[in-house]
Design a binder for this molecule. Structure first.
Ligand SMILES: [Zn+2]
Length: 313
């Protein structure tokens, strides 16, 4: 392992996004609560901004109004001219980019934490976009240790085709917290409390980093997005099978060749025929039916993380 120390500027501005999807209730409620009283998220060395990212979708308790905000931070949308005739979320992209970006610029916020819920049995999941952002990797390592013995999985979305343009990607360091299972539009206290703890640990990490603490080199187990799996469909494109009961709720558990994957309406089993073991997640996520996605296949790997500290200049 190399002795490299990565230096990063102090993280002075952090935003916590809730309601990027307007029917994912934990983040919406936490952010609303912190907007009224921020003493829980206040830290002495960093400005923390709670923010509802899709207020119209929150009002309707829908994932989005016109298009998925969490897929919309593309170069095209960021640079498009136009005003009121644009889809609501595209207008929102431009507003969020103005407040927290511009994306990719030195003026962008240091960290955005984006709060999501899933209907899948994923537990507490930290979503990373890059395997080379050692600041965020160290944050994730810190949160995993602080949450133990409760497990906290890390999903790495870095992939040449499957990565998408998230709302949080406006910041220099982006992390998503995905906690479930929780139905859309529903609040469950255990999920709310788990998310609240993860945010606390994330802010504690940032505060310690800002105070000058060095975080030593470590290793983090991650699950890298590998493949999308759609439902079996008939010739008209309609779903012809369901997630198999042996796979349902088994997010993060190994799937091997020959293991049941789907069950047709007449009870026939469709098995996994790829290489294995792989690790399915987002199994039977409600929001992904419209995306033709039954689950995501990930591969487990261990990343080496450099030590980090605050740059002194
Ligand atoms: Zn979401």
């Amino acid at each position: 392992m190399s002795g490299d120390v990565c230096c990063f500027a102090e993280a002075r501005r952090v935003a916590i996004f809730g309601g990027t999807h307007g029917n994912e209730m934990s983040g919406i409620m936490l952010v609303s609560m912190w907007t009224k009283n921020d003493c829980e998220i206040r830290r002495s060395r960093v400005h923390v901004e709670p923010f509802i990212s899709n207020p119209r979708a929150v009002e309707k308790c829908a994932r989005y109004i016109d298009t998925d905000l969490n897929r919309a931070f593309t170069e095209e949308n960021l640079s498009t001219a136009g005003g009121d005739e644009l889809p609501y979320e595209v207008r929102r992209v431009k507003e969020i980019n103005q407040i927290f970006g511009p994306k990719g610029s030195p003026d962008a916020y240091d960290v955005i934490i984006d709060l999501h819920n899933t209907t899948s049995n994923m537990g507490s999941t930290l979503i990373l976009e890059s395997s080379t952002d050692h600041f965020t990797l160290q944050m994730v390592h810190y949160i995993k240790k602080a949450m133990a013995p409760e497990s906290c999985m890390v999903l790495l979305t870095e992939h040449p085709q499957l990565k998408y343009s998230t709302t949080r990607s406006v910041a220099k360091h982006a992390v998503g917290f995905e906690v479930g299972p929780q139905p859309q539009g529903v609040l469950r206290s255990n999920i709310f409390q788990a998310m609240r703890m993860i945010v606390k640990h994330a802010l504690d990490f940032i505060e310690m980093f800002n105070s000058g603490m060095e975080f030593s080199a470590c290793r983090v187990e991650v699950f890298r997005v590998h493949e999308r799996v759609d439902y079996p469909r008939d010739t008209n494109g309609n779903i012809s099978a369901m997630v198999h009961p042996r796979l349902q709720d088994c997010d993060w558990e190994p799937l091997n060749p020959g293991d049941p994957m789907f069950q047709t309406f007449d009870g026939r089993t469709i098995v996994y025929e790829g290489a294995g073991p792989v690790y399915p997640t987002f199994i039977n996520e409600a929001a992904y039916y419209e995306k033709n996605l039954a689950f995501i296949i990930t591969c487990r790997e261990t990343l080496s993380v450099n030590s980090i500290r605050k740059s002194t200049k």
